[in-house]
Ligand binder design. Structure first.
Ligand code: FES
Length: 252
């Protein structure tokens, strides 16, 4: 590889790495900032490489081939054809990587399902933590206390978020994702022991398995079985008792 070719190779290499980073960021739900930055670098790398290639590497001399003779016979006037096989391979790899990375977000256009990150992470023994990652303690929750909780290690995971409610007899945890259209079930009516979804006013009975009392929600909130650990922490006894979210999220 000549010294003039190195900037092109570097730009294409950066594009390939950025495409890989985009796919990883998408799979890990790293956020729009990461997705935008990696996609921009992937595209910019190819554009810069092509631009540099066109300006600095491609022959700038106009060549005229006499009708009567072959180019190989034209001596010093002939500019060798572009034979930068290594760069062509690299360019192909960069375009392929960008194309493969683009498949990931295209999948988001289809029905939402487990493969898109709506699979609950709860497993038996997982601790419930608050949105700041602090383990929840059963003794610190007074009657009618309501907190949002996640599995330890999965803060912010949409499908795993629960609303934890202390009623006089026990602690109860339900999925915070409304079964109607997926809004967070964010309101608790302590007196009635009801959870309310603010989007379309579905009402769920906390003391009766999250049963729908009113509103358009088609089914009860999934309940998370929980136990109190020996150290006072709260742990899951398994996964939700039903699938999370609206039914059409599972239409894979
Ligand atoms: S999303 Fe909850 S009632 Fe519609």
């Amino acid at each position: 590889m000549t010294i003039e070719e190195r900037p092109v190779a570097a730009a294409l290499g950066a594009s390939i790495l950025a495409s890989i980073a985009f796919a990883v960021a998408f799979a890990l739900h790293a956020g729009d900032g990461w997705l935008g930055a990696t996609a921009a670098i992937a595209c910019a790398g190819i554009c810069i490489a092509l631009g540099y290639w066109g300006l600095r590497l491609a022959p700038q001399t106009q060549v005229t081939e006499p009708r009567e003779s072959f180019a190989s016979e034209a001596g010093d006037d002939v500019v060798p054809p572009v034979s930068r096989g290594g760069l062509l391979w690299l360019l192909g790899a960069a375009c392929a990587a960008l194309g493969i990375a683009a498949i990931f977000p295209l999948r988001s256009l289809g029905p939402r399902g487990d493969a898109m990150g709506l699979r609950s992470r709860w497993r038996a023994g997982m601790r419930l933590v608050d949105p700041d990652g602090r383990p929840l303690d059963a003794s610190s929750l007074n009657v009618d206390a309501v907190v949002t909780a996640f599995p330890e290690g999965f803060i912010g995971d949409e499908a795993s978020q629960v609303v934890l409610v202390r009623v006089p007899e026990r602690l109860i945890a339900y999925s915070k994702v409304c079964t109607h259209a997926g809004c967070p079930v964010a309101i608790y009516r302590a007196k009635e022991r009801e959870l309310v979804c603010p989007c379309h006013q579905s009402v769920f009975d906390v003391l009766d398995g999250g049963r729908v009392l009113a509103g358009p929600a088609p089914r009860a909130l999934p309940q998370l079985p929980i136990n109190t650990a020996s150290d006072g922490g709260i742990v899951a006894a398994g996964d939700f008792d039903a699938r999370v979210g609206p039914d059409d999220w599972d239409a894979t």
